[in-house]
Design a protein around this ligand. Structure first.
Ligand code: ATP
Length: 455
């Protein structure tokens, strides 16, 4: 919907049980969100769709579920301990916190602030009179590097504790298991290791609902390959990543590639797919050509060889890595924004979520037409169909009101149980998007729905 605001989506999510503010009865806990009954189903279905497309349907991709807490040396090897930080700057007047590099790049998009020292950034901000976007003051604190990893400690003896970190990215779980997976799956290069899991980042500027939070889920894979094949594989994932989000229902005109000009020192190429959120064009996912950096570093820090022995050529080499990573929460937000419509009907309006049936929280709603007569049969139908997919049951209010309740949570099919069901074993099935109804034998309903919800 055009002119959709983030506020509208946040309120709608809260009202209908998609997403609630975290720890709400304690006045919340900033930038944490809890998925409610329908939001949980939606996000789970999105993760399942991703897993099906990129793991199940790909002969050469293997899934893992690695620990969130890892040996702290992992984060030394990855470079996070030394440099996973952002330049933080506070406005002394209104106390708002900003990322200095963002302030500079928003002021002049041709400047690459990432490569500047703190002193260079302070000078640039001073020379160009950059003001606080919140209150207009120029009273800035000095820039300090702000560590983005959440640190905690592990140890049973007081005073003798070791620092451990909540992982800020899931991919290290794949790198450290490269040898294990390759050996046990007898995997031949090129192959990928995939994972879906939580990551944690002490972001300086979290916000915009699910867009940037301090705890989030990543769906990502690392493809291990030969250097000669690596750019083709990189291009292939760019295509597949875009196809995936289009197939899930995101509008093509709200999606675009954003190739990076500035690259991390080890990277050979990088591209984001951006989505046009209500806050503007922003990164939805990243595809990165990481060269041999990750496995080489783990080889160096662990002392274990990460070389692959090609069984055909007997060649030994450290594979290149292509990474494809997408935030499950950020994608859920994009899907919510993209699916929402306030539709004007002949004598009415309705709010509807046009989710792809595969990711809709409930696939069918089972509605007894008259509570007194049709409840038993409706419950029987619920028990029958809920063995195959998520169903919901609603017996309160007029049938029209019940349809509206299902529309706004995106239930693609409403099944009405009436006298025809009792007498002839038939039901009417209403389609959420067209609002058309068809009559079907109860015996055919399961196959009918299963066919519609395939992804
Ligand atoms: P950004 O530049 O926006 O901070 P990034 O480039 O650091 O993101 P990656 O490390 O490549 O992001 O993470 C891969 C994906 O994980 C992102 O494309 C995004 O979908 C998701 N993601 C990253 N940080 C967050 C966050 N704080 N909250 C929600 N999702 C996130």
């Amino acid at each position: 919907m055009e002119n959709l605001t983030m506020e509208k989506i946040v309120n709608l999510c809260k009202q209908y049980g998609f997403v609630f503010p975290g720890s709400e009865i304690y006045d919340g806990f900033a930038n944490t969100w809890d998925f409610g009954p329908v939001g949980n189903e939606l996000k789970k279905n999105i993760k399942n769709a991703w897993w099906k497309r990129f793991v199940q349907e790909d002969m050469n991709t293997y899934g893992v579920d690695a620990s969130i807490l890892m040996n702290p040396k992992v984060w030394e090897a990855s470079g996070h301990v030394a440099s996973f930080s952002d330049p933080k700057m506070d406005c002394k007047k209104c106390k708002q916190r900003f990322r200095a590099d963002n302030l500079i790049e928003e002021f002049d998009s041709t400047v690459a602030a990432e490569g500047m020292t703190n002193e260079e950034m302070e000078k640039f901000i001073d020379d160009n009179n950059i003001k606080c976007p919140n209150c207009g003051s120029k009273d800035w604190s000095e820039i300090k590097q702000f560590k983005l990893m959440f640190e905690t400690s592990r140890g049973t003896v007081e005073g003798n504790k070791d620092s451990v970190y909540l992982r800020p990215e899931t991919c290290q779980g794949e790198y450290v298991n490269f040898l294990n997976v390759q050996r046990t799956a007898r995997a031949k290069i090129p192959f990928a290791i995939a994972q879906i899991g939580k990551s944690f980042r002490n972001e300086i500027t979290p916000g915009n609902f699910l867009f940037r939070t301090i705890e989030f889920e990543q769906m990502e894979l690392q493809k291990f390959c030969k250097e000669d094949d690596s750019f083709n594989i990189y291009e292939d994932y760019k295509k597949r990543a875009l196809e995936f989000v289009k197939d899930l229902g995101l509008d093509a005109d709200k999606l675009r590639y954003h190739d990076h000009d500035k690259l991390a020192h080890y990277a050979k190429a990088a591209c984001d797919i951006q989505y046009k959120f209500p806050i503007g064009w922003e990164e939805l996912n990243g595809i990165h050509h990481r060269g041999t950096w990750d496995l080489s570093r783990h080889s160096e820090f662990s002392g274990k060889s990460m070389e692959y022995l090609d069984p055909e050529t007997n060649e030994k080499y450290i594979p290149n890595v292509i990474e494809y990573s997408i935030g499950a929460d950020r994608l859920t937000l994009a899907i919510l924004c993209n699916s929402y419509e306030e539709e004007t009907l002949e004598n009415d309006t309705r709010e509807v979520m046009h989710f792809h049936p595969a990711i809709a929280p409930y696939k069918v709603a089972i509605l007894p037409l008259v509570k007194k007569y049709h409840t038993d049969k409706a419950k029987e139908v619920f028990n029958m169909l809920s063995k195959y997919f998520m169903c919901t049951y609603d017996e309160t209010g007029s049938i029209g009101k019940r349809y509206r309740r299902e529309d706004v949570i995106g239930t693609p099919y409403c099944i009405t149980i009436d006298d025809e069901t009792l007498n002839n074993n038939t039901v009417t099935i209403r389609d959420r998007d067209t609002m058309n109804q068809i009559t079907l034998s109860l015996d055919d309903v399961k196959d009918y729905i299963e066919d519609k919800i395939r992804f």
